[in-house]
Design a protein around this ligand. Structure first.
Ligand code: NAP
Ligand code: MG
Length: 476
């Protein structure tokens, strides 16, 4: 292992306020009943800020503001003018990207290398991409003259706070809707900075409203009768509850839920590249990724070789301070998530799989979990079936392509999959048979705003990204 001097990114670019209100109708306001919670830095457990919790009266106010903005300003505005606002927001995100990246790493625990080089460029790209659609909706392939739906309620998780916000807000606004968005309770701060950017861009009041709070705020928002569209990203369990609660209403719904992706390595794959892909697939963003390659399916005759290289590579991963530019794996987002990862990993050992982590010193404070692999995993093991949402990989083997397909599809989820092979024909053969919304070949975790993303089965329905991502925000 090489020794590096620490290279921490300065946090002086971030101007944190001690407390934040709700962003309603273009202004930061206090919640009606004065509730609040603290957002902490999961790498140090330091309190970053006190953040308001929106209750039912605040949801009412925000939905009313969004409705008024939809009826009076945003709905009637020509697409080419909406585009100007979206381009302006995209440029401001680029200008303030360092500040946003540092704040994202502070609040979420992800390495600055990722927030700076992956999250923020994709966030800006998303706004640029959908800005381009705002005046071309009749050419998006839906026929006729597609119209916006109205007020969208959007609820997002904590793993990519700003990127999930961009995936939700950019297409909604481009299509002419107004939004009320609830970020996750543990990662509200970049959404609040985004609200400041909306002010800076002179976005008309009420077009974007941000309600911070926990699950109850989310429930009150999606159940509000004034909402026309619900877009949710999060767990399958909550997704199901939301689908039930809005069944029989006129609300349109899209769900992006969990996953348990297979990353499939054939014996003719370039092994070194495949190992990089495996590492990227499961240790990127601490494995807090819905499409993480959490099940490695490796062809039996190369399993030993792949595992040996993988272990050698894992021993090089630097776990620690998210703001250090050398860090590969940051902090687990919350004590609760750390507990879930521990519980499921302990079950893996108890069920007879073999656990391995490289030697790795973890900081004393904060929430940490060493990169871990389980070998000797069977399909019946909980670690092979349940989403772990952490830096933990289950390794299974297969002999034939048909067996790989059978094992890969043996899951209630269907979000993504990876194929590693030298043969193009095999890639196509596999991709035809894998029940997954996204299939990567000889790469993994590649995202692009022009490309649709979404799941089959219990991974949800509807697509985000690309032309397809507009459909959930239009009456077509
Ligand atoms: P979660 O518990 O379902 O929470 C997601 C969001 O919903 C949070 O903002 C949460 O609030 C809110 N919420 C909780 N209960 C609610 C309710 N009854 N009604 C309305 N909103 C409610 O998910 P998580 O565990 O935080 O996030 C991880 C999950 O998200 C994983 O399963 C992952 O696979 C999935 N995910 C999917 C995608 C995708 O595109 N398919 C992308 C990223 C993540 P609080 O957390 O503030 O309480
Ligand atoms: Mg936090």
């Amino acid at each position: 292992m090489f020794e590096y001097a620490p290279a921490p990114e300065s946090r002086s670019v971030v101007d944190l306020k001690p407390s934040y209100g709700l962003f309603i109708d273009g202004k930061f306001v206090d919640p009606a009943d004065g509730g609040s919670s603290k957002s902490i830095n999961p790498a140090s457990e330091e309190v970053l800020a006190e953040v308001a919790e929106a209750g039912t009266p605040d949801v009412e106010r925000a939905v009313r503001a969004a409705r008024k903005a939809y009826d009076k300003v945003w709905g009637p505005m020509p697409g080419r003018d909406r585009a100007k606002y979206l381009y302006r927001i995209a440029r401001l995100i680029q200008e303030r990207s360092r500040e946003l990246a540092v704040l994202e790493s502070l609040d979420n625990g992800k390495p600055i290398r990722e927030s700076r080089d992956v999250d923020l460029p994709l966030v800006a790209a998303h706004f640029f991409y959908y800005a381009g659609w705002a005046d071309k909706l009749e050419h998006a392939g839906f026929g006729g003259n597609p119209q916006p739906i109205g007020v969208a309620a959007q609820v997002i998780p904590w793993n990519f706070p700003l990127l999930m916000l961009a995936w939700k807000i950019a297409p909604a606004l481009a299509a002419g809707n107004t939004v009320v968005l609830k970020p996750a309770e543990t990662t509200p701060l970049t959404a609040l900075l985004f609200a400041e950017i909306c002010q800076q861009a002179d976005l008309p009041a009420g077009v974007v409203n941000i309600l911070t709070g926990a699950g109850d705020t989310g429930r009150a928002l999606v159940e509000h009768p004034g909402v026309d569209k619900v877009a949710f990203t999060g767990s399958t369990e909550v997704g199901r509850a939301i689908a039930r609660s809005i069944a029989g209403t006129r609300k349109k719904l899209t769900l992006e839920l969990g996953g348990k992706a297979a990353n499939i390595v054939f014996d003719d794959a370039p092994i070194d590249q495949a190992v990089e892909g495996i590492v990227n697939g499961i240790f990127f963003n601490q494995g807090h990724v819905c499409c993480a390659g959490s099940r490695l399916l490796v062809q039996e005759n190369v399993a030993d070789r792949v595992l040996e290289s993988l272990k050698r590579r894992m021993a090089q991963l630097r776990v620690g301070d998210p703001l250090d530019k050398n860090t590969d794996v940051g902090a687990i987002n919350s004590a609760a998530q750390l507990e879930r990862i521990r519980e499921l990993s302990d079950a893996g050992s108890a069920e007879g799989a073999e656990r391995w982590s490289p030697p790795c010193e973890l900081p004393d404070r904060g929430f940490w979990f060493a990169p871990t692999i389980f070998t000797g995993v069977t399909q019946a093991h909980r670690i092979a079936r349940e989403e772990i949402f952490g830096p933990v990989l289950s390794v299974l083997t297969f002999r034939t392509p048909a067996e790989a397909v059978e094992k890969a599809n043996n899951t209630p989820y269907g979000l993504s999959a990876g194929i590693w092979t030298d043969k193009g024909s095999r890639i196509l053969w596999m991709a035809d048979r894998l029940r997954a919304g996204v299939v990567w070949a000889n790469t993994f975790n590649k995202f692009d705003p022009t490309s649709p993303f979404g799941g089959y089965k219990e991974s949800g329905y509807g697509r985000e990204g690309g032309r397809h991502g507009l459909e959930g925000y239009l009456n077509v």
